[in-house]
Design a protein around this ligand. Structure first.
Ligand code: ATP
Length: 270
């Protein structure tokens, strides 16, 4: 069970250069996660504890997982990922034990960055206490809180959690000493989108007629993940046309396709 929910990655390959448009967020993550891992003596000498847990919140596909991976890479820490939804939905009755295992695995792999994606799945405000499985979710969350309260903040383990549903979170996990550093990771503005387009076309054979500024202006409301999908799709359009060079029109067509796919997703969830 452990192996199926926990992914331990000893050298995640994401670097800070792979992340576009999140300079402020990156700065904060570096201060709160990288500094305590790299220079714990600074915190000791100043006499403060670094934040225990950092919470990244924002829409899907905006780079939250990337930020966590990049900081693990930069500090040569293992990256241990677990999804909140898997904790409680896949292995009913195992949630609390899995949380204990998670911290044990982290201690075995120090220095380590623990990344808990979809934290809302185990830390939502309780709306209906009669819902089946609710007690289980509650136990899982209590275990997480107790692991966080119990561990030495100056140790070599940092915790990053992520959610798309900040409004749903139980306040207990936001108390001081827990996830008390909140970092919003929004969808990129036009400038950010341009940088992200450039990042994802770094290895592509792109024609001179492609104007990244124009692409970024067009791709209103796109997330980083959408932009990556547009770049791949543009490449596919070129291949379908038996070309190895990707034209401006391929990107335009790709954006249209991704945009329509996204709209369909929205429609079907209503
Ligand atoms: P979710 O909330 O759905 O888990 P997330 O915010 O963790 O999403 P990531 O997994 O980090 O999103 O991003 C998905 C992919 O989208 C990345 O692997 C990357 O290719 C691309 N991407 C997202 N945001 C950015 C960004 N800011 N810069 C560059 N690429 C990005």
């Amino acid at each position: 069970v452990r192996a199926r929910v926990m992914q331990v990655d000893h050298s995640p390959d994401v670097t800070y250069e792979d992340i576009g448009g999140l300079d402020d967020q990156l700065q904060e993550v570096r201060e709160t996660v990288e500094m305590p891992l790299d220079r714990p003596e600074m915190f000791e000498e100043v006499g403060i504890n670094p934040p225990s847990g950092v919470l990244l919140y924002g829409p899907p596909g905006t780079g939250k997982t990337m930020l966590a991976k990049a900081v693990a890479n930069q500090t040569n820490a293992s990256f241990i990922k677990m999804a909140g939804s898997e904790l409680v939905h896949k292995f009913i009755g195992e949630g609390a034990k899995l949380v204990r295992d998670l911290f044990e695995v982290a201690r075995e792999n120090e220095p380590a960055v623990i990344f808990i994606d979809e934290i809302d799945a185990i830390a939502s405000k309780r709306t209906d206490s009669k819902t089946s499985g609710d007690a289980e979710v509650q136990r899982t969350m209590m275990q997480l809180l107790s692991e966080m309260d119990g561990f030495d903040e100056r140790g070599d383990i940092r915790i990053i959690a992520a959610t798309n549903r900040f409004d749903m979170l139980d306040e207990a996990i936001l108390r001081p000493g827990r996830f008390d550093r909140l970092i919003e990771v929004p969808k990129p503005e036009a400038d950010g989108r341009e940088i992200i387009f450039k990042i994802h076309t770094r290895n592509m054979n792109v024609s001179d007629d492609v104007d990244f500024h124009e692409l970024a202006e067009t791709a209103v409301d796109a997330s980083g993940a959408d932009i990556k999908a547009v770049c791949t799709e543009a490449g596919m359009f070129a291949i379908r046309d038996d070309r190895t060079e990707v034209y401006r029109q391929d990107f335009v067509d790709a954006w249209e396709k991704i945009r329509l796919d996204n709209d369909e997703d929205v429609g079907s969830s209503l």
